[in-house]
Design a protein around this ligand. Structure first.
Ligand code: ADP
Length: 260
C-alpha cells in the first residue's frame, strides 16, 4: 500500500495516543472515548478517530451517530464536534448506517488514513485513536503512518488467564515499533454487588502484577446502558466511582505529557 500523506493533518495535532487491545469486545472503544472526554474536561482540545469500524463504535458512544461529516467543495472533510471533541469516523460519511462495511483490512485502513489526510481537524492537543483490535496488519499500518506524533499507547484488557499473554504480545509489538506503553487499563475487573457490596471477580483475578496498570474499571450495568444510549459524556460528568476511575486514565496520560 502506498503512503498516504498525513503531514498537513499532523501539523495541527500535538500528540497522538493509540488505544489498543488484544481482541475485540473488551471495552476499547469505551476507554478510548473516555480518554478523549476526560482530556477535554481537563481543558485540552481533542480529536478522536474511530479506526475500529466494527460493532458499536465511537460515533454511537459519543451520541453523534445521526450526524454527518460534511465535505467541502475542495474535498476537505469537517469532523463532527461535540463538547469540544472532533469525532472522525467513516460511519459519519455513510447515509445508511445499518449496512456493514464489507471491506478487507488493507482497503479499510487505506480509507481511514485517506479520510484523516483530508480532515479539517483544526489545532488539537490530542488525537486519540480507537485502534482495530489485535497486533496485526491494520494497527501496524496506522502506527507506521503516524509514528512521529505518537506519544504512546494505552492497552485495554480484561482479567483472566490470557491477560499475561495479551499484554506481553502488545508490549513486544509496541517495543518493535518504538511506541511507549503509557499504561494498561484492566476493564470489567470486578462486579460490586449493589445490595451487599461484595466484590465478585467474574473473569478471575487479574493474573498480572504490572506496574503499568493505570486503572481497573468494574462491570457497571449503568455504564453499559448509558453507552448504548450515547450518553457516555453525561455518565462521566456524574459522580460514580466508576466514572472517576475512567477519568483517571486521562489524568495519567496528561501527567505524562512531558514525555513527547
Ligand atoms: P471494544 O471496542 O473492545 O470492541 P466496546 O467498547 O465496544 O468494546 O465494549 C463492548 C461492550 O461491552 C459494549 O456493549 C459495552 O457497553 C460493554 N462494556 C464495556 N466495558 C464495560 C464495563 N466496564 N461495564 C459494563 N459494560 C461494559
Amino acid at each position: 500500500m502506498g503512503i498516504v500523506d498525513l503531514s498537513n493533518f499532523l501539523s495541527e495535532v500535538g500528540r497522538v495516543v493509540i488505544v489498543m487491545s488484544g481482541k475485540g469486545g473488551v471495552g476499547k472503544s469505551i476507554i478510548a472515548s473516555s480518554l478523549a472526554i476526560g482530556l477535554a474536561l481537563k481543558g485540552r482540545s481533542v480529536a478522536i478517530l474511530d479506526a475500529d469500524i466494527h460493532g458499536p463504535s465511537v460515533p454511537w458512544i459519543m451520541g453523534v451517530e445521526n450526524g454527518y461529516m460534511t465535505v467541502d467543495s475542495d474535498g476537505f472533510i469537517n469532523p463532527i464536534e461535540i463538547e469540544n471533541i472532533a469525532v472522525i469516523s467513516i460511519e459519519l460519511l455513510l447515509t445508511n448506517k445499518d449496512v456493514p462495511l464489507i471491506w478487507r483490512g488493507p482497503l479499510k485502513t487505506r480509507a481511514i488514513l485517506e479520510i484523516l489526510s483530508r480532515t479539517r481537524v483544526g489545532k488539537r492537543d490530542y488525537l486519540i485513536i480507537d485502534m482495530p483490535p489485535g497486533t496485526g496488519d491494520e494497527p501496524l499500518t496506522i502506527v507506521q503512518h503516524l509514528k512521529n506524533k505518537i506519544m504512546g499507547a494505552v492497552l485495554v484488557t480484561v482479567p483472566g488467564e490470557l491477560v499475561k499473554h495479551v499484554v506481553t504480545k502488545a508490549e513486544i509489538f509496541l517495543k518493535e515499533l518504538g511506541v511507549p506503553l503509557l499504561g494498561i487499563v484492566v476493564n470489567m475487573s470486578y462486579f460490586k454487588c449493589p445490595t451487599c457490596n461484595t466484590i465478585h471477580r467474574l473473569f478471575g483475578a487479574t493474573s498480572i502484577m504490572n506496574e503499568n496498570i493505570i486503572a481497573e474499571i468494574p462491570i457497571d450495568p449503568l455504564l453499559a446502558q448509558m453507552v448504548s444510549s450515547g450518553k457516555l459524556i453525561d455518565y462521566l460528568k456524574g459522580s460514580s466511582s466508576t466514572a472517576k476511575s475512567l477519568l483517571r486514565i486521562a489524568d495519567s496520560v496528561a501527567n505524562m505529557e512531558a514525555q513527547k
